[in-house]
Design a protein around this ligand. Structure first.
Ligand SMILES: C[S@@+](CC[C@H](N)C(=O)[O-])C[C@H]1O[C@@H](n2cnc3c(N)ncnc32)[C@H](O)[C@@H]1O
Length: 302
């Protein structure tokens, strides 16, 4: 009895302690795992701020409106015969940029001909030029001129007097100098434009190919303001969704009735960057049907 009398309160105390200790241990484990999780997130992602940070999306309506707003009306179209002179006047103070090319200080850096393209001689070019017989072609994304020169050769073979406008800032992309070591860079300036010009001079196509060495967005807007429209437009500049989406929207309104717009990388590894999504979305919004020709996508005008 005595024994019991002494031990009973102790047992009760132990049981009580256990009852209190168990949730406390669980709580501590929970706290510890939360802390460890937080620490590991910090290690994986130093910019990790707080797990409860929420992303506030604007209402869907606002997103839709912003993405679909492009100027729809261009100036009255100028006749195709005036296109070249209009570009020379508006961009090159009235004279040909090929005059006196290459300047003596540039010549040592150029190769006689250095062409590289991607799908630049695909059958789609021949198919569309034969079908449309274009007087004006706009190429959005030219690089060294592989596709532009191919189109110049095709139009000349068909006896067409076609003017090809090449839109490119001739900067390529970040990392280009490492990939194309033979295209020289002087004080951070890549010789891409001059090598493109040299290629055009080499194939004697300076009368049919003229270039607009600026960003595609601003140039397409200017062409629209100047009424410079085209029968055939090739889109092959920025390949991310937003670049392709805005180039296609801006270019489409430059099409003459019966014209065709087309572009590369509908069926290549590059398409997952967004070209195909942009083309499909544009076709869906405008009720058009996308046709495929090799690696290229093709859309007819309304
Ligand atoms: C794939 S290459 C064009 C290749 C050419 N069509 C061919 O087949 O030979 C893409 C070109 O687009 C140009 N480009 C990309 N984004 C541009 C932008 N926003 N404005 C002007 N040029 C751009 C780059 O400088 C590059 O020369």
């Amino acid at each position: 009895m005595k024994h019991n009398m002494i031990t009973e309160p102790a047992t009760t105390a132990t049981t009580a302690t256990r009852k209190v200790a168990k949730p406390a241990v669980y709580f501590l484990i929970l706290l510890l795992s939360y802390y460890l999780g937080y620490l590991s997130a910090l290690i994986k992602n130093p910019s990790y701020d707080h797990p409860t940070t929420t992303k506030v999306n604007p209402p869907p309506q606002a997103v839709d409106v912003d993405h679909y707003q492009f100027q729809t009306q261009c100036a009255e179209p100028i006749p195709p015969e005036l296109v070249r002179q209009t570009i020379l006047t508006r961009i090159f103070n009235g004279s040909s940029p090929y005059n006196g090319f290459p300047q003596p200080h540039i010549e040592p850096f150029l190769r006689q001909k250095r062409i590289k393209g991607w799908g630049s001689t695909g059958l789609v070019f021949k198919n569309l030029i034969q079908k449309v017989k274009p007087k004006t072609i706009i190429e959005i994304g030219t690089f060294l001129g592989a596709s532009a020169i191919h189109m110049a050769e095709l139009t000349s073979q068909l006896g067409l007097q076609t003017q090809i406008l090449c839109l490119d800032d001739f900067r390529g992309w970040p990392g280009l100098p490492g990939q194309f070591r033979d295209i020289k860079m002087i004080n951070g300036d890549t010789m891409l434009l001059y090598q493109f010009m040299q290629n055009v001079v080499h194939v004697n196509a300076t009368e049919s190919i003229i270039f607009l060495p600026f960003s595609t967005g601003s140039t397409l807007e200017r062409l629209c303001e100047w009424g410079v429209l085209a029968d055939l437009i090739e889109v092959d500049a920025g390949h991310d969704f937003h670049s392709a989406w805005s180039d296609i929207n801006r270019a489409y309104k430059l099409l003459r009735p019966g014209g065709v717009i087309f572009g590369h990388d509908y069926f290549t590894v590059a398409d997952n960057r967004g070209v195909r999504r942009a083309v499909n979305m544009f076709a869906r919004v405008n009720g058009l049907r996308v046709k495929a020709d090799g690696q290229h996508w093709v859309l007819d005008s309304f």
